[in-house]
Ligand binder design. Structure first.
Ligand SMILES: [Zn+2]
Length: 132
């Protein structure tokens, strides 16, 4: 019988490592974080996982990021409208700033964020790449 390794259990933390969210059962609006009352007045939500596909709404280049991101030098960050409707902010990687355009299609990828502590614990999360 297949047994999941406890070492890899962290990869299944839906709130930290997957684009997991909530869909209003009345109007279908989607949210990344649980919301009290939907804009339609409904209080009931169904859990969902986003496809990770979306379009760039806005973007910028960070030249002087926080200490834990210093190893990256300059990097791109964008606001992305996911295919299912929610809006998310994320790093856009594997491309140059000049390649980014409003409306470009992107796709979520699982990547390293940074190392922390004396032992160099590696933190992972969702970033985006351009779809060609
Ligand atoms: Zn609603």
């Amino acid at each position: 019988m297949y047994r999941k390794s406890p070492i890899l259990r962290w990869r299944n933390y839906t709130d930290r490592y997957k684009l997991h969210g909530y869909k209003c059962t009345k109007c279908g609006a989607t949210y990344l974080a649980k919301k009290g009352v939907c804009n339609c007045g409904n209080l009931d939500y169904a859990e969902m996982t986003f496809s990770g596909k979306g379009k760039i709404v806005s973007f910028t280049q960070i030249h002087s990021g926080p200490e834990s991101f210093e190893h990256m030098g300059s990097y791109c960050v964008g606001i992305i409208d996911l295919e299912e409707g929610a809006r998310v902010t994320g790093q856009i990687v594997d491309c140059a700033y000049k390649e980014l355009k409003i409306g470009s299609e992107v796709e979520a990828v699982f990547r390293k964020f940074y190392k922390s502590g004396e032992k160099g614990i590696i933190h992972y999360g969702t970033k985006f790449i351009l779809k060609f």
